[in-house]
Design a binder for this molecule. Structure first.
Ligand code: BDR
Ligand code: CA
Length: 323
């Protein structure tokens, strides 16, 4: 099994990421980051999800409570006041670890071969770890993130939420030399759950499946009300699924940088795909020949196309496999 540290801000879709990761990967630890909600709340949410999955043996390390430069922006309109409204879960019996997430991340990566990092919140903890111990860049096998976009944003027309919250951290990470796999909103909008999928979760009926149903019910309702979309996008689950089964996602290498100053575009992932012959990045890029990269050499793989049926099979199988 691949060894991972999951850095997250649960978050309905982060919880789906935890459910997939815990079953199919060796999760060494979960680190938390202020994002969807404040650090204290997202940490408790991570502990609650692990309890439902009967995996409280996985340690949870709280990280940074706010971005490197900007004040924290949260997303209660999508995730509620707790950061994970909907399911009614008991207070966790197991507490979070005292060690800081960044210390844990550095120690683990420096002392363990082939650790993959998965980040489904703002990139503050990862950037801080790179700043403190730059050698982790070479040690980490790869970094799979949910964040950014090859096309449009979701928080602003140009920026996706996780990158928008801490663009300085994202800039540090994308310019560090670490191999980044980016599942941006152009990809995660293809991972769209509706009432039909909630019905299937209820049919499966395990504790994990009921949690998935309760989470999706709230998230679907908030997404319809706040973003006028017709389904709940399980953004973060995509970044995890990509590590579990790389065949689920078609991607292209490209250079990606982060806009820090733009009046309208702060937090935008500026993707250089001029070497791909397609004209419509949502449709063509992964089916067309690649030319020699122009400008800077690619520093990332950007996800373009999701095998949604394959994703659902993975998810249903996972929910069945829990109690
Ligand atoms: C990202 O923002 C958060 O609200 C979600 O958990 C996801 O990580 C989507 O833009
Ligand atoms: Ca998240």
């Amino acid at each position: 099994m691949k060894k991972v540290i999951l850095d997250c801000d649960p978050g309905h879709d982060d919880a789906f990421g935890i459910m997939l990761a815990v079953r199919h990967l060796e999760v060494l630890g979960i680190t938390t980051i202020g994002g969807n909600c404040t650090l204290d709340k997202v940490t408790v949410n991570a502990l609650k999800v692990l309890e439902v999955l009967e995996r409280s043996d996985i340690p949870v390390y709280p990280g940074h409570s706010c971005p490197m430069v900007a004040p924290l922006v949260t997303a209660p309109q999508f995730h509620g006041v707790s950061g994970m409204d909907g399911p009614v879960l008991p207070e966790p019996e197991v507490q979070a670890q005292k060690k800081h997430a960044v210390d844990y991340m550095i120690e683990t990566v420096m002392n363990t071969e082939d650790v993959t990092l998965i980040a489904t919140g703002p990139l503050t903890n990862i950037a801080a770890a790179i700043n403190r111990e730059p050698r982790i860049v070479e040690r980490v096998k790869e970094l799979s993130i949910m964040g950014g976009s090859v096309t449009y944003g979701n928080w602003t027309p140009a920026a996706e939420f996780n990158i928008f919250v801490d663009p300085e951290a994202a800039y540090r990470v994308f310019n560090s030399g670490m191999h980044v796999k980016m599942s941006g909103v152009n990809l995660t909008r293809q991972c769209c759950l509706t009432a039909e999928h909630i019905g299937k979760f209820r049919e499966i009926g395990t504790k994990a499946a009921n949690l998935a149903a309760d989470l999706t019910e709230f998230f679907l309702d908030s997404t319809v009300k706040s973003a006028a979309l017709s389904g709940a996008n399980m953004h973060d689950a995509c970044a995890v699924a990509w590590i579990i089964n790389p065949d689920l996602i078609k991607a292209a290498d490209m250079h990606i940088d982060i806009e820090l100053k733009g009046e309208l575009t702060r937090g935008m992932t500026v993707c250089d795909y001029r070497h791909l012959r397609g004209t419509d990045p949502m449709v063509d890029l992964c089916r067309v020949p690649t030319m020699e990269a122009r400008g800077k050499q690619p520093n990332a793989e950007a996800a373009l196309e999701l095998d949604f049926d394959g994703f659902l099979n993975l998810l249903y199988g996972t929910l069945k496999s829990y109690n």
